[in-house]
Structure formats: structure tokens, C-alpha cells
Design a protein around this ligand. Structure first.
Ligand SMILES: *Cc1c(COP(=O)(O)O)cnc(C)c1O
Length: 413
């Protein structure tokens, strides 16, 4: 195969049907941003939308905005838009709280539905908050529930008659490996267990069809590929056949059937509304909606095709030049098993990433030794993949990373 060149990458950009959408984002000059899987970039529409909400809706219309500007509807309205990205129907998704809190609500609901089963099954390499939330919940319940962790390739075989719920992240945050959602969901159901998917690295990055997979629950994150801004609210989905059967323990007033009846005891709202808890963060909701609107302008199949193209290019550009430099690809070579990121292991991963960031190539580091590069297909170009690979190779060859300031760990890596 002939080696990849920068000219070839530029030609791919010229043919890219999604290329115009990059203009919908504000990206700083001189920066190659490959960390949209940690914090998505700023959509151009967001500052004006948030300013308008503050000035006109909050400033002028004050409390009447809950009705007049539909603030009270935001969790459901944005949920319905998001549903289109994850193969869910309208009335099945709400935007609320953080991913961690939504996991708590759904796991608790799932355990209530399977009272004779005691095991939450997950994988050892799942994102830690998912595991911590399961630990906290089982301790709180005090009924002998346990979180059981196995390696990724042992999951299907580990689902048994004790398993109440299988809780997995669809695309692994560290390696970028994507699970077969339909196959694992089927394996869970065959054993009589419920299936909960965390879509933090999937929504807006890879095609997801929760309905087709027959899943039971899902959560996901608003500030990564959905470009909702730092700390954006998260979302949750409950399959329609379960919505009326489930109750969740964070029984706040906005999940009540009639919040403004101010009754002394809780009655859950019909449908997905019962998974709400308290007052929505309206400013953050507006920013998230602007991010999702940009995403909805893209054809999902085109997003996936570009994501695979970008990650393929980056892997090829790095590997054809980095022989003997100590990089080890941990993301699957098979594009069908890959999310929208590429991770390489390197013994000096942390300082290497700091040296890259100093050059304006922003990825991130995940302990113990992983360099992580996210390829958000809405705004990343093929030449960005090429230039980032060239910068990585240069940093390694020159050992530019081996300076004391690059070894100092910051609070957020
Ligand atoms: C980013 C991420 C989260 C984030 O949870 P928050 O409660 O929003 O901080 C949760 N799970 C996974 C798998 C993630 O990647």
C-alpha cells in the first residue's frame, strides 16, 4: 500500500460532505483540537443563544419564562431531539442531572424490578464513576447486592441467573473499543437480566440504535461529542415498556405527576417524566440544545464514515513514521470495533501529551500510560489528523517531552 501523504488528507477534506459544518464552531487559531471526547468545542450559535436567554428571558420575562419560554419543557424537548441520535422514540428520553446521578436512578430502578437477583455485572475497565455509583448504591440498599467485575472478553459468559442488571459503557473511554450492543443485550436478556448502556462516548460519535438492540436503559453525557459545554446536563433513556413499571429513588418534585399541586406525598409522573428530580439548569440546557442542533444537521451515516476515515488516517500516519518510538496502538484496528478515538500506549505518556499540548495539539492522557486522541467528525479535518500525527512523531523523535515542566501533573489530565 502506498504511504499516506498530507496531500491525500487534503483531498479527503475537499470531498468531505461534512466539511461545511466546521464553520458552525468557534475553534481557536493554531490549535488542533483532538479532545472533543472530553469537552466538545464551542458551537458558534451558543454564546448568542445563552446571552439571549439571560438578557431577554431571564432579564425581562423573569419567572414567567417557565411557561412563556417553555423552560419547564426543556428536559423533555431536548430529550426528544437527542432521541433521534440514539435510536429512541419521542417521550423516551429526558435531559437531567449528571451521568453519574442518572446511573444511580436507573440502577436503583433496575434492582427494584429484579428483587430476587443480587448482582450488577460490569467490566473492570469501565469508567470509574459508573463503578463507584454501583458501589454506593449497593451499600445504601444493604440487601446483599454486589457489583461483579470481569474482563471485557469474559462478559457474555459471566451473565447468569444471579445477574439483575448488566451495566456497560458502549465505547471504552480509555481504549476506544466498542462493544457489540445488540449481541450483549441479547445475552443479558437470555439470562433474564436487564441491560443498561452508558453512551458517554457514543452519542454523537457512533451510530446507536437502542430500540433495535432491544436495550432496557441508557445514560449519556452532554459535554463530550454533543458539544453542550462544561458540565452540560446528561440524559437518560428508559425503554417504553418499562417506563410505567419503574420507580426511581430520587423522587423529587419535578418527577411528580403534578408538581404544582404541592401534595404532601409523592406520585410519580406518567412515563419518562418520573425520572426527573429537581429544577433543570436552564442556562446549561440552552447551551446543550445549541450543540445538539448542530449535530442534527449532519447525516448519521456520513458522521460514522468520516469518523472511521479520520481514525484510520491518524493510525496510518502515526504508524508509518513512528517505528521504534515506543508507541503501542490500543484501539482496535478493526474499524467496526472502534469508537471515534485513537489511543496509544507510551511509557512517557503524560509528558508526551504535555509537550503536544504546548505545540497546540490538544489530546489528553489517561492513567497509567495512554495518549488519547478524540476525532469529533463535525469539526475535525483529515489534515488535522495528519498534522497531529506529525507533531506526535516529532515530539517522540526529538525527546522534546523530556523536560521537567512536562512531568508535573495537573489536577485534570
Ligand atoms: C464522561 C463519562 C461520565 C461522566 O459522568 P459525569 O457524572 O457527567 O461526570 C460517566 N461515564 C462515562 C463512561 C464517561 O465517559
Amino acid at each position: 500500500m502506498s504511504p499516506l501523504t498530507r496531500a491525500r488528507c487534503a483531498a479527503l477534506d475537499a470531498q468531505d460532505p461534512l466539511a461545511p459544518l466546521r464553520e458552525e464552531f468557534r475553534l481557536p487559531d493554531g490549535v488542533l483540537y483532538l479532545d472533543g471526547n472530553s469537552l466538545g468545542a464551542l458551537p458558534r450559535a451558543t454564546p448568542d443563544r445563552v446571552a439571549e436567554l439571560i438578557e431577554r428571558e431571564w432579564g425581562q420575562d423573569l419567572v414567567t419564562s417557565w411557561n412563556k419560554h417553555g423552560w419547564i419543557e426543556l428536559p423533555r424537548r431536548i430529550g426528544d431531539k437527542l432521541a433521534r441520535l440514539i435510536g429512541a422514540g419521542s417521550g423516551e428520553v429526558v435531559v437531567a442531572d449528571s451521568t453519574s446521578v442518572n446511573l444511580f436512578k436507573l440502577l436503583a430502578a433496575a434492582l427494584r424490578l429484579a428483587p430476587s437477583r443480587r448482582v450488577i455485572l460490569s467490566e473492570r475497565d469501565n469508567f470509574p464513576t459508573d463503578l463507584y455509583i454501583a458501589e454506593g448504591l449497593t451499600a445504601l440498599l444493604g440487601k446483599g447486592h454486589a457489583l461483579r467485575l470481569v474482563e471485557s472478553d469474559a462478559l457474555a459468559a459471566a451473565i447468569d441467573a444471579e445477574t439483575a442488571v448488566v451495566m456497560l459503557t458502549h465505547v471504552n473511554y480509555r481504549t476506544g473499543t466498542m462493544h457489540d450492543m445488540a449481541a450483549l443485550t441479547e445475552a443479558a436478556h437470555r439470562a433474564g437480566a436487564l441491560m443498561l448502556w452508558d453512551l458517554a462516548h457514543s452519542a454523537g460519535a457512533v451510530p446507536v440504535d437502542l430500540t433495535l438492540a432491544g436495550a432496557d436503559f441508557a445514560v449519556g453525557c452532554g459535554y463530550k461529542y454533543l458539544n453542550g459545554g462544561p458540565g452540560a446536563p446528561a440524559f437518560l433513556w428508559v425503554a417504553p415498556q418499562h417506563q410505567e413499571r419503574f420507580s426511581q429513588p430520587l423522587s423529587g418534585w419535578l418527577g411528580h405527576a403534578e408538581p404544582f399541586a404541592f401534595e404532601p406525598s409523592y406520585r410519580p409522573a406518567p412515563g419518562i417524566g418520573r425520572f426527573l428530580c429537581g429544577t433543570p439548569p436552564v442556562l446549561s440546557m440552552a447551551a446543550l440544545e445549541a450543540g445538539i442542533d448542530v449535530m442534527l444537521a449532519a447525516e448519521p451515516a456520513a458522521l460514522r464514515e468520516k469518523s472511521i476515515g479520520l481514525t484510520d488516517c491518524f493510525i496510518a500516519a502515526v504508524e508509518q513514521a513512528a517505528e521504534g518510538l515506543g508507541l503501542d496502538l490500543v484501539t482496535p484496528r478493526d474499524a467496526a470495533r472502534r469508537g471515534s478515538q485513537v489511543s496509544f500506549r507510551h511509557v512517557a505518556g503524560y509528558p508526551v501529551m504535555q509537550a503536544l499540548i504546548q505545540r497546540g495539539v490538544i489530546g489528553d492522557f489517561r492513567a497509567p500510560d495512554i495518549l488519547r486522541f478524540g476525532f469529533a467528525p463535525l469539526y475535525t479535518r483529515f489534515v488535522d489528523a495528519w498534522d497531529a500525527a506529525a507533531a506526535l512523531v516529532e515530539v517522540l523523535r526529538s525527546r522534546a517531552w523530556d523536560r521537567p515542566e512536562f512531568h508535573r501533573r495537573a489536577a485534570v489530565t
